[in-house]
Design a protein around this ligand. Structure first.
Ligand code: GRF
Length: 204
């Protein structure tokens, strides 16, 4: 059983999707802790209901970014997790932390990367006028919304879509893609070769 730690800053609906796939046995792992930078995150309620320990590291209580980064890295270390899942964690990790957990940290982003990295990806997609959009689950590296891609899911963009309706469409796929990537990781079925991620049919 893999040890999974989740980092989330807000609502935590992706976190919830993982909780449910662990509960129904699809993910052979255990969520050992939620780490959040936001004491007001609804994800904290979700963790409470699921009996998952929470570590709050309130970003605003730190004088400097480097103090926050140090405490966060320590908190991540303490979990001894096999996998760290960024599920709506809205801060960039510093290079040192990203490098330290390379190959064992994944992120969900609501666009078809490398298009529309960064904030408000759905708004960027609408403004650009793309006809398809989607979500990407990828390993985390030192750059923002970069790193080898594990899964992408595509949705059609309708002429009537706005940022909110597109975000809702994409979210349905996020809630499937992220738990599935967690499942594949926990089943030891992901191999990183440079930028490519190979998905093995069966665990080796
Ligand atoms: C999701 O759209 C995710 O892709 C992005 O932040 C949002 C988090 O939503 N990184 P939630 O907190 O999981 O509901």
């Amino acid at each position: 059983m893999k040890r999974i730690a989740v980092l989330a800053s807000g609502n935590g609906s992706n976190f919830q999707a993982i909780i449910e796939r662990v509960r129904d046995g699809a993910i052979p792992g255990r969520i050992i802790r939620l780490i959040t930078d936001n004491p007001g995150a609804y994800a904290i309620e979700r963790a409470g209901r699921a009996g998952i320990e929470v570590r709050v590291i309130d970003f605003r209580s730190f004088d400097s970014r480097s103090d926050y980064d140090r405490v966060l890295e320590q908190a991540m270390d303490e979990t001894r997790a096999d996998l760290f899942v960024l599920a709506g964690y809205m801060r960039l990790l510093n290079d040192k932390t990203a490098a330290k957990f390379a190959g064992k940290m994944i992120n969900i982003h609501p666009s078809l990367l490398p298009s529309f990295a960064g904030l408000h990806a759905q708004r960027q997609a609408i403004e650009y006028g793309v006809k398809v959009a989607g979500c990407t689950v990828h390993f985390v590296d030192e750059e923002m919304d970069s790193g080898p891609i594990i899964i992408q899911r595509v949705v059609d963009v309708a002429e009537t879509d706005d940022e909110d309706s597109l975000a809702q469409k994409i979210m349905i796929h996020e809630h499937q893609a992220l738990p599935y990537a967690v499942q594949l990781f926990c089943e030891d079925r992901l191999r990183i070769n440079g930028r490519q991620v190979q998905i093995l049919k069966d665990a080796e």
